[in-house]
Design a protein around this ligand. Structure first.
Ligand code: TZP
Ligand code: MG
Length: 215
């Protein structure tokens, strides 16, 4: 049986430093209740031990609540906590190596900032690409210039794997990213920094579902 393609509609990434003192566990539970479909553990400051602790918590929670769980950067952590997959950067382990370690049933995604990176990723067997930053963002200091909706459109027209937009996406511009052809939107601050995390996720999900013609 071919590997099922997850619903990438609302892909929420953790960010403890943007979470206003709330625990990642609480924030992510609220995000899932609001309609997040994928959760990614991304905590650049955590040591391995901390990643495993939080990774196990999120693995159990996402499994119970029926959403996909991805670990950023660390193939070893993804393997150890039995995540659904890993999200790689351009300088992380090669896609083929991550696949070898995790096995054929796991998801291997990668960040891309231009058409060449997207085409290379799909040729190497990536399951999806995170394309961005679509809009300007202050969340990732080295994110680079915004790539804009035109590139999202061009990439989505050529890519054969799902494209998830990332960077500066909020409830008021998420629909444009979906209309450009993206399978979903990926956000940090629009959800984890919101005073009401569940409501923020719900509003984003509403815009995404409307843009997909699901509502
Ligand atoms: N990669 C490209 S932009 C970005 C990452 C991790 C940050 C996204 O954060 P926000 O707050 O949704 O703009
Ligand atoms: Mg990375």
């Amino acid at each position: 049986m071919p590997k099922p393609i997850p619903d990438y509609s609302l892909y929420v990434i953790t960010g403890e430093s943007f979470s206003k003192g709330r625990s990642t566990e609480d924030v992510i539970r609220q995000a899932i209740l609001g309609g997040a479909t994928v959760i990614q553990l991304r905590e650049k400051e955590y040591c391995g031990k901390e990643l495993i602790r939080v990774g196990k918590l999120l693995r159990d929670m996402t499994r119970e609540m029926g959403v996909t769980f991805i670990v950023n950067d660390r193939v070893d952590v993804a393997f150890a906590v039995d995540a659904d997959g890993v999200h790689l950067g351009q300088d992380d382990l090669p896609i083929e190596v991550a696949r070898q370690i995790l096995g054929p049933d796991k998801i291997v995604g990668i960040s891309a900032g231009n058409m060449d990176e997207v085409l290379a990723a799909q040729a190497r067997g990536a399951d999806y690409v995170g394309l961005g930053p679509v809009f300007a963002t202050g969340t990732k200091s080295d994110a680079g210039e915004a790539v804009g909706l035109d590139l999202v459109k061009q990439v989505c027209a050529r890519a054969t794997i799902p494209v998830v937009g990332i960077g500066g996406i909020k409830a008021n511009n998420a629909a444009q990213v979906i209309e450009a052809g993206a399978a979903g939107v990926s956000v940090i601050t629009a959800v984890v920094s919101a005073d009401d995390v569940t409501e923020a996720a719900r509003q984003l999900r509403h815009q995404i579902d409307l843009a997909k013609g699901l509502k």
